[in-house]
Design a protein around this ligand. Structure first.
Ligand code: NAG
Ligand code: NAG
Ligand code: NAG
Ligand code: NAG
Ligand code: NAG
Ligand code: NAG
Ligand code: NAG
Length: 617
């Protein structure tokens, strides 16, 4: 039995919820056609949803052992696997963020447990998005990577549209991590625990600081348990002590009561701004816009205050609240040498490198968007800070090591290192990230400012979308206030202020052109790249290989790079850049086409999915 280090400490602040978009995503999943729905439910051995639906969603945890089987060992990778922030894993596990767990060390991963009740599957779980690698099967991933916290039959049930025996590399599969909510909100949150062959109720109870009777009440008699059964255990004292009340009190103490009032003020201002924006939307606004409006209306009235406090405590559960002194120390007092780009500074906290974005009071908007999203290909928010004396908000993100794509393409030496394979992967990552915000959030999120400088590359040159500052929830909204970046703005948005997911598709098309040509979105004499491409390739369907080769980045032309692959990407770009928004493909279609192109290229080059072959920086 591993030695759990969980003992009480009242100091410990900050519960950790995870995937905010999870519920929305699951909902969507079940709306999809279900080929095997009519059959009897699969035996899945998770936890049946409680009859009392009002207990969902709730905070829950999973006990995960660092580095065993094929699981990751460091906090960042564990966080990535579950789609939660590494700070939250560190905090729930009472570890410093810079510590490196030893192999087998138990970690508590925070998760939001919900019951997406459907006719197929009435069990509660936390949906984790996992991208299939070569050789992965539902069974192998469930038993090794996720350490039996889920079972493969349950994976099959929640992914009705996928064929388990024929998984495409790169496809996202939802793994339902089993979890359970307590019947009464007064009881301790429950930790999902995999009963080990050497365990007894007594040993588990001792490790978690609970008693044998509670385990039996939750999981039935000890004799009925088989090895690797999934059970639930009341969470250790130190995770329990800080409820919402304590967290809010903690924030109040940290910022001073004045600070808390300012947080409320910030939210009120944001809401006022939003209300105004909503009223400016002309008639014919779509369903999404109406949803947004209703939301705002609720925020305004007398009941709004309570809702507001809920919003804030939601944020407190999800993110770490930093003190301004902490951020000053982390960034050498916002020294210019720490400037990454714009108003984003590099900071080091507890040995962890983070990106700190300084904003005026408008941060709450980006915060609201970011708390809805959670995907590997989106830059992750770790926490925030409010400096009430200066009226400044700070958003703290994960630091993405290799900086922006535009920086890599502009620097000709660097561009040479971004070979075709790496560029194809970047295009695909970006497509997955956009597909996620367009399809799996509700109301839908439109980024509105997709451009190569908002695409960040991590150490392995995988792409992440950054900067949700202009993003909007709700679709088909009309705005009179045009924002965005020249060279990427879709024509219908410029002329009619029409905000739809198709404007992101357009901007994505421009980024594809940049990847192929290595040129900037707007040339020195002010001509847009998409206009230039249109002139060069003409309006006809399909483009000739020779023309593409003549147009492509010289840095690519030097390498052996399969012409058909480049042509197919140029064709995707041209489809995305269609003047008529409804004729543009959706990001789902784009992601599908690109994943095929990527597979084809793997066949061509003989290398498998993995770290692109990019030379050291
Ligand atoms: C958390 O960790 C710190 C330092 O490792 C330790 O002093 C403290 O007792 C721990 N708290 C709990 C509740 O385990
Ligand atoms: C859970 O639900 C299934 C199907 O509805 C039922 O067969 C099973 O007995 C239930 N399990 C428990 C522990 O209530
Ligand atoms: C899930 O619950 C719904 C409504 O309570 C019920 O109609 C359905 O049959 C249940 N499905 C399974 C698989 O038990
Ligand atoms: C998961 O369970 C299987 C048996 O069902 C076992 O062989 C495997 O070792 C378990 N995985 C882990 C990581 O304990
Ligand atoms: C596997 O899926 C691909 C497309 O994703 C399809 O072309 C192929 O026929 C499928 N193979 C089987 C055996 O179903
Ligand atoms: C909730 O109550 C039901 C019925 O009283 C019981 O079967 C179930 O185990 C309880 N669940 C939890 C998580 O306490
Ligand atoms: C359902 O759960 C909620 C929250 O724990 C509780 O307040 C309510 O009384 C419960 N309702 C029933 C019918 O048990």
């Amino acid at each position: 039995m591993p030695n759990l280090k969980f003992h009480g400490s009242a100091e410990f602040i900050g519960a950790a919820a995870a995937a905010a978009a999870a519920a929305a995503f699951v909902l969507l999943l079940f709306l999809l056609p279900a080929p095997s729905a009519a059959q009897s439910p699969a035996s899945t051995d998770g936890f049946n949803c409680s009859a009392n639906q009002s207990v969902y969603p709730c905070q829950a945890y999973a006990l995960f052992r660092a580095g065993i089987a094929s699981s990751p060992v460091d906090l960042a990778s564990v966080g990535d696997l579950f789609g939660v922030s590494r700070l939250m894993v560190a905090r729930a596990s009472n570890l410093s963020v810079s510590s490196v767990p030893s192999v087998g060390e138990p970690l508590l991963v925070p998760m939001t447990c919900s019951c997406p009740s459907s006719f197929q599957f009435n069990q509660s779980y936390f949906p984790v998005q996992y991208q299939i690698n070569e050789g992965d099967t539902y069974y192998a991933v469930s038993t090794a990577k996720f350490q039996n916290l889920t079972l493969y039959p349950a994976v099959e049930v929640v992914n009705p549209t996928l064929v388990p025996t024929n998984l495409t590399i790169g496809v996202f599969v939802t793994f339902p991590i089993f979890c359970r909510c307590p019947n009464s909100s007064a009881s301790a949150a429950l930790v999902t625990y995999v009963y080990q062959p050497s365990d007894t109720y007594a040993s588990v109870a001792a490790a978690f600081g609970t008693d044998v009777a509670s385990l039996a009440a939750l999981n039935g008699p000890e004799s009925a348990l088989s090895p690797y059964a999934v059970i639930t255990v009341p969470s250790p004292l130190f995770v329990e002590r800080k409820g919402r009340g304590a967290a809010i009190a903690g924030l109040a103490a940290g910022l001073g009561v004045l600070g808390l009032i300012c947080v409320v003020l910030g939210f009120l201002l944001a809401r006022a701004w939003w209300g105004e924006e909503a009223s400016r939307r002309r008639g014919g606004a779509g369903r999404g816009a109406n949803v947004g409006k209703g939301d705002e209306a609720r925020g305004g009235g007398a009941g709004g205050e309570a809702k507001l406090m809920t919003d804030i405590s939601d944020l407190l559960d999800k993110y770490r609240v930093f003190g301004i002194e902490e951020l000053r120390r982390a960034t050498s007092d916002f020294d210019e040498s720490r400037l990454i780009q714009g108003s984003v500074y590099k900071g080091v906290i507890d040995g962890e490198v983070l990106a700190v974005k300084k904003m005026k009071w408008n941060a709450s908007h980006e915060l609201r968007i970011l708390q809805k999203v959670n995907h590997t290909n989106l830059v992750k928010l770790e926490g925030f800070c409010i400096d009430s004396t200066e009226g400044t908000c700070y958003l703290v993100y994960e630091h993405v090591e290799n900086g922006s794509l535009s920086k890599w393409l502009r620097d000709r030496d660097a561009a040479r290192k971004l070979n075709w394979r790496a560029r194809l992967r970047i295009a695909l990552d970006l497509a997955y990230g956009l597909q996620y915000i367009h399809e799996h959030t509700w109301p839908r999120v439109v980024h509105k400012d997709i451009k190569s400088s908002n695409v960040l590359l991590d150490a392995k040159f995988r792409a992440k979308i950054a900067n949700f500052g202009l993003a909007k929830t709700g679709c088909n909204a009309v705005t009179t206030h045009i924002v965005g970046t020249q060279g990427y703005i879709a024509p219908e948005y410029l002329s009619d202020g029409l905000v739809t997911t198709k404007m992101d598709v357009f901007a994505y098309g421009v980024v594809l052109l940049e990847l192929v040509s290595g040129r900037e979105a707007v040339s020195e004499d002010g001509e847009a790249l998409w206009v230039e491409a249109e002139a060069f390739f003409g309006q006809r369907h399909g483009v000739k290989e020779a023309r593409v080769m003549a147009w492509m980045d010289a840095a690519l032309a030097e390498q052996s790079c399969p012409p058909e692959s480049v042509v197919s990407i140029v064709n995707v770009a041209r489809a995305c850049l269609h003047k008529e928004p409804s004729k543009r493909p959706t990001m789902v279609e784009v992601a599908y086409t690109l994943s095929k192109a990527d597979e084809m290229f793997s066949d061509f080059s003989g290398d498998s999915l993995g770290v692109p072959d990019v030379a050291a920086r």
